[in-house]
Design a protein around this ligand. Structure first.
Ligand code: B12
Ligand code: SF4
Length: 483
């Protein structure tokens, strides 16, 4: 059966670094491989590069269309995309899946969508496509929300979690037409690789552990080595928590070295305690790339701040992790959460911490209750009416304690402490000196765009334009999302 898989354009990338991290739709590539194994013919269209869902529908004439919804900020765009598909082909069966859809499906329970997948797609989606093809009852396919004559209904739970080895390798050829567009800052093309899925920790701002019940699943090392070796010279590892399982991580590093893998660049995401307690892992992995960056959830500058978000590590581990990573020549890109409930002194403490430990490469996201977290469930009724595009960690969803104006003045000042501030320590010329002439226009665009994040006025204008429901909410704990 012909199946069209769509990666919508989130279309909200006015703030943050989203546009400079454009990665391939790996989830759709795994689903594509699973569909092929069942004899179906999938097409993947990445609407960020070639828009027009309706023309893709007319060209491929699918019986089923799957749309991915990774971030909560995409809900409105996903609905628009589904509507466009429905108008182009009223009889087509429309399914939405992906992290945000599975965590919090209710914004997607609309007439233009037929089913929402509440779990990983490798097994559920092909089973659904088979059932649609045969005209079999869809209620027997597990972990769905289904639109029925009597409204939306849930199908039974899955007997267990999908094994990542069920689909060992993604069908990367399905997006080969866009390969050169996938990039992370100056690294291009970038391959997204998954070695494991899930996380056993319990940070209050994070929807990952809540969706996967704190489970952690690993791929067969042979498949990961093959994928790493063939996915290109620059690799972004999508794992929620890298280096979680020490023995297996060591085994994987050894297997990659044995295969002769040596990349131009690797980026992984992890926690401070994975580094501070397992230096030998970082030693084993470092030879695998010329440049090796870590996205590190630093989150807060104090123990109290870390415990407010259930990080379960003290700030001393952050300091130690940064020291170890730097000593082994890793690039450390930390992220801190900025709470709308902060007073002036909280900002100052953060600035002192950043200066004291030389963390100018850090980024700052605003604590935001993300759908899929307990915290969101508590606040949801009072946040109703906010456009979903505001859930990008660069907007406030309620009146901050210091008032919107003062909050954004201090937030912009926080960003001015970063290396991206071209009026700060690292100037335009210093950036330009580090790159090849052909890269100058792109880097100039990145730097020009990021200067907005250092201007309070830019946030205030955006806030005035998008904030539909400024409800005063007093919060007891932070949520947000830094990685
Ligand atoms: C890669 C990634 C990014 C990349 C690229 C994302 C992109 N737009 O392409 C970058 C770095 C740009 C990014 C940015 C952000 N991200 Co992000 N990102 C991820 C990450 C780490 C991996 C996603 C991935 O590819 N996984 C691997 C593939 C194999 O899995 P998958 O996509 O989930 O697909 C499977 C299923 O979901 C399902 N599925 C997927 N699509 C479909 C479609 C159908 C039809 C079906 C049936 C099933 C299905 O089947 C697939 C196979 O099982 C996730 C973590 C996560 N666990 O989801 C966070 C995550 C999605 N991001 C998150 C956040 C918060 C952000 C930011 C807001 C962070 C920030 N500080 O600014 C920004 C937003 C950027 C923007 N403006 O769009 C949160 C989202 C929380 C939420 N509830 O919304 C997550 C969950 C991280 C976290 N720990 O909290 N992100
Ligand atoms: S933020 Fe990171 S460490 Fe914390 S629960 Fe989420 S994935 Fe795990």
């Amino acid at each position: 059966m012909d199946v069209l898989l769509l990666r919508p354009n989130p279309g909200n990338e006015r703030f943050g670094l989203g546009p400079f991290f454009r990665v391939e739709p790996l989830g759709l590539e795994y689903i594509g491989a699973a569909l092929r194994a069942r004899g179906h013919a999938p097409t993947v269209a990445d609407l960020r590069f070639r828009p027009g869902a309706s023309s893709w529908v007319r060209r491929t004439r699918p019986r089923v269309v799957g749309i991915s919804c990774t971030h909560a900020l995409e809900y409105d765009k996903v609905r628009e995309t589904a509507l466009e598909v429905r108008r182009a082909s009223p009889g087509v069966f429309v399914v939405v899946g992906g992290h945000a859809a599975a965590c919090h499906p209710s914004p997607l329970e609309v007439d233009e969508i037929d089913a929402i997948c509440l779990d990983d797609g490798e097994e559920i989606f092909p089973a659904l496509v088979d059932a649609v093809g045969k005209g079999a009852p869809l209620e027997s396919v597990p972990m769905l929300r289904l639109r029925t004559r009597n409204g939306w209904a849930s199908t039974p739970p899955s007997p267990g979690r999908t094994s990542l080895d069920a689909v060992p390798l993604p069908a990367r050829d399905l997006v080969s037409r866009h390969r050169n567009g996938y990039h992370c800052l100056l690294f291009k093309p970038v391959g997204l690789v998954e070695t494991a899925r899930g996380c056993p920790h319990r940070c209050s701002f994070c929807s990952v552990w809540q969706l996967y019940g704190r489970s952690f699943r690993e791929r067969f090392i042979g498949a990961v080595v093959e994928d790493f070796a063939t996915a290109g010279d620059s690799i972004f590892v999508a794992d929620d928590l890298f280096w979680n399982h020490a023995e297996r991580s060591l085994e994987l590093a050894e297997a990659l070295l044995k295969r002769g893998v040596k990349k131009r660049w690797i980026l992984v995401q992890t926690r401070t305690d994975m580094i501070s307690r397992q230096q030998r892992l970082l030693e084993a992995w470092r030879p695998l790339a010329r440049d090796f960056d870590i996205f590190l959830g630093l989150e807060a500058a104090t123990d109290a701040g870390l415990s407010r978000v259930d990080k379960d590590v003290p700030v001393s581990e952050s300091v130690e992790a940064v020291r170890i990573a730097r000593s082994l020549r890793y690039g450390v890109n930390g992220n801190f959460l900025v709470d709308p409930e902060w007073g002036e002194e909280d900002f100052r403490r953060l600035w002192e911490f950043v200066a004291c430990h030389g963390l100018q490469r850090a980024g700052y996201t605003i604590l935001t209750p993300l759908p899929g977290t307990e915290y969101f469930r508590e606040l949801a009724p009072r946040l109703a009416g906010q456009p979903w595009s505001n859930y990008d960690m660069h907007h406030v969803l309620w009146e901050p304690r210091l008032g919107v104006e003062r909050f954004f003045e201090l937030y912009a000042e926080t960003w001015r402490k970063s290396i991206l501030n071209t009026s700060g320590e690292k100037r335009w010329v210093d950036w330009m000196r580090q790159i090849r002439p052909a890269q100058v226009p792109y880097l100039a665009r990145v730097l020009w765009r990021t200067q907005r994040m250092m201007k309070a006025g830019a946030y205030l204008r955006e806030h005035g334009r998008t904030n539909r429901a400024p409800v005063p909410v007093r919060c007891h704990a932070g949520t947000g999302g830094s990685r």
